[in-house]
Design a protein around this ligand. Sequence first.
Ligand code: ADP
Ligand code: MG
Length: 259
Amino acid sequence: MAPRLAIEGLSVGYGRRRIIEDLTLPAISGGGVTALIGPNAAGKTTLLRALAGLVPARGSIRLDDTELTGLSVAGHARHVTYMPQALPQRVALTVFEATLSALMSARDETLSTAGAQARAFATLERLGIADLALRGLDELSGGQRQLASLAQSIVREPTVLLLDEPTSALDIHHQMRVMQLVEELARERSIIVIIVLHDIAQAARYARRIVVLERGAVAADGPPGAAITPETLARVYRVEARVERCSQGFLQVIVDRAV
Ligand SMILES: Nc1ncnc2c1ncn2[C@@H]1O[C@H](COP(=O)(O)OP(=O)(O)O)[C@@H](O)[C@H]1O
Ligand SMILES: [Mg+2]
């Protein structure tokens, strides 16, 4: 059965400053992509970091029968993988070594060294970066580094995959490639994927569900057609926009002006 992630009464902040207050979401289920969108500083990164156990949170985050809020960072890491927005990779590792060590740190004891190496390489191939395997992380372009970081996240085969703007440095080919791959992984492995995106049309195309966050609260939540409306865009993003379907039935957002 597909895993389910339930968030109830979640509050997260930094010091005294509360960013997310009493957030509750209908369970997010595996098998498809959930996009998290919203204006700058809405709290998207803070929410993902709370789900990954990287910032203290009050309330409940339940993955099926496991309460995640009580777990250690390592306990979280067994279920949840988080790919951060900023990539601090000044490490002297090759892309292959970094992918392999991400896999090893997930401590899957049933995996042999040869098995781990094969899985790491297969992940690079699937992302189309096998040719970068022996390059140092510190000699990659921003986009290449983003793909290498994504490889480190997906190689661990988590139940919950959290991706914070994973396509922000990528050209359009690689953006589509990453979105297609992430959507395939969600279906194939029946995992939960929550992805922060700025491109609303891309979110609408690949996500089954879109959660719109505004000042730490849920402004809209549902299938793309329900969550993305001119009213929501006006209220949350302060733009006058049209939401129309293209010849293939996908939602397009045409922004006419800022208001
Ligand atoms: N480490 C931090 N310490 C204090 N405040 C932070 C920290 N990280 C983020 N914030 C604040 O929390 C709010 C939400 O930030 P963030 O979750 O990064 O938003 P988003 O990802 O939606 O752009 C912002 O006002 C930001 O200034
Ligand atoms: Mg962010």
